[in-house]
Design a protein around this ligand. Sequence first.
Ligand code: ZN
Length: 391
Amino acid sequence: MKKILCILCFLLMGCGNININTNIDDSLYIGINYPKTNISKLDKKIDKYVDDIYNTFMKKRKDNSELNIDYSYNIVNSRYLNIIIYTYVNNKYQVKSFIFDKKKNKFLNLDDLVTDQSKVDSLVKKEALLKKKDINLDKITYEFSFDDSNLYFYLKNYKLTIKIPLSKIPTKLNIKKDNNYDDYKVIKQTNNPIDYKKPVIALTFDDGPSKYTKEIVEYLNKNNAYATFFVIGNKVNIYKDTIRLMVKYGNEIGNHSYSHKWLTRLNDEELKYQLDETQRIIKKITGYTPVYLRPTYGSINDKLRSKTNLKIAMWDIDPMDWKYKNSNTLASKVIQKAADEKIIIMHDTKKRTLEAVKIIVDELKKQGYQFVTLSELEEVKLLRSYEGKKT
Ligand code: ZN
């Protein structure tokens, strides 16, 4: 019985995230990401929406069923918050937006926003036809959201997003943005001085960042240890400070997809998005471009290999931190199996993992191990093969 269930809930700038990545019996694949806003009316509605989808999925599930829930958001300004939830049940697409006016504590409909709905309707249809010639215009229904420059329409049946500049549509609201982020370059402060004649080991972390990640990063740094973090793209912006710290302290960042979708089940376009969007946002937030991919659910095939230039990173030691709840147990599972050049997989989404990491780092350092990133591990192996001496 294999069961992973982790629920995270954190607060950051008033907007957090809930993340559930589960696989049960190796035959059910669930990746759920949705935001926690701390606006109770909004959270309740989103919770119910996700709950209903989850319950329906669990009722109808068959072997190898996949549920993936992902989101995007526009924090337009301190007043309006837009959340868009994308659901895929075995890749069948569904979209829903929640537009909230924090000042009035109420949800907004399209007619709260625009003066002429029929004009909007014809603009959307015109754009939709340009994007997809065979579209059935009578059957178009859509959700919407907005930011300070555009209105976005999410077609329900076609998985198509239409963007229309606000300048083309007279709006009733005063929409001015008050925060954004800029391109950023993190200066890497440290260099890991590695003695390739001494044992090396690579800690890797999946599914983060989370509220525990920063402490892991700081602990590693204090102990002159380095790790590789396989992050999920849709968390990068929320945890940008933590990710910048990772890079600054000399850790490596890898790609673990944008929303923890089961990559080997996606079509080319969806796969490209999951990989490229994650690369893009990491680059934007840190200036650093990942070279490794850790496939979600550890699932790989020839197609995935052929569609990406990223190096596929698997692992050797899995203490199963989704299963074992005690940090001492987790630590001893790793310590017992520790050996030169081994790769450890853990999840930086749990407090017990954070505690286990401290024990592991302390003990293995005592045993003379050097904690290296995956790129460093490759370098060490290469050096050793040149020298023909393996410790
Ligand atoms: Zn994962």
